[in-house]
Design a protein around this ligand. Sequence first.
Ligand SMILES: [Zn+2]
Length: 378
Amino acid sequence: MTETRASERGRYLTTQFDSSSEVRLVPRSADTTRIISEDPLVVIGDTRYEGAPCFLYLPPGQADTVFVDYLDNLRAVARWPVWSHSPGTPPEAAFSIREIPGKGKGMIARRAIKGGELIWSERPIYAARRTLTCASDQTDANGIFYRAALQKLSAASRRAFFELGSAYPQSEFDVVPGILNTNCLEISISDGDSPGDHDPDPHDSFAGLFPTLSRANHSCRPSANYYFSVRSFTGQLWATEDISPGEEITITYTPLTAPRMERRAFLARTRFFLCSCPACAIPTSQAETSDRRRIVICELLARLQHTQYPPRIPKEELEQILEWAAAERMMVEYAKVLLFGSQVFTLYGEREAAAEWAARARSAFRMVEGEWSHHLSR
Ligand SMILES: [Zn+2]
């Protein structure tokens, strides 16, 4: 048994993707999957034990997306009305995907892009709960489980998947989990305006892989915001500032409220690169100023976000913090300061300031998350 596994493992690792031909992602002999429903198509990932994660292929009949989760949750996901709607045509690409020295591929603006513009939107081709339990012989090194998940995706989605790169060492990560770990972005399955009535637990963490959005590189002073719209089940890219032709379009892979050293350590650990973005490459004295501002913004949001009775904070203090958020290009945090600030003013009877800040918060969220931002529906 062990010997058979070893030789099978060898075959997985040497499987090369050839976009011109159909790829058998999993050799028949190792196939422990079984179809349990045809419409929508649901496959149990491992028939050898009860409660194994399953693969749901969506939308029915097209299989452009595979959703990987436990069966109970997938039953709920399959009922979401969103699958009967088209995700809409993405905007005409205002960027090209180009090789960027030292960074691999990245997104370069082809024309002037205005702040607040929707740059791109698409559905993930792979969506999954972040923590799934698999059998011990299904590892990242052999990628058996993830390869099985891709097996019934449409040929176009599979091709798009294998066009992405893996930053992980091939000795430890088969190319499929390598690509997933390198490129997945956070997605949410509920935002209070969810697509279905019987949603999985909204507090669990989910990730999605997007063929085009995954090309956006990181900066701690990003020019765009990645937003996941539960309503249309699409990942969206919103310009958070005016972007000139030839400039790179960037998003953040790390919380921007962290100081430079923490951000760099996080990126090195999770993405295998030392960040040398404009916010990280500045001299130490300037970096200290930037760090101090980010820490203040972080502390303020923590004070305001999860409390029913936030403390009274003077308007001048909040204006100062807003200015710092704008200077650091932390535009989502900027919108949040406005929103929570308006709630503070409401609570303490400052009606005029409350109305003004609520209006500013709406326009700030519209800019970074669009008209359908869940922050605007509240
Ligand atoms: Zn950086």
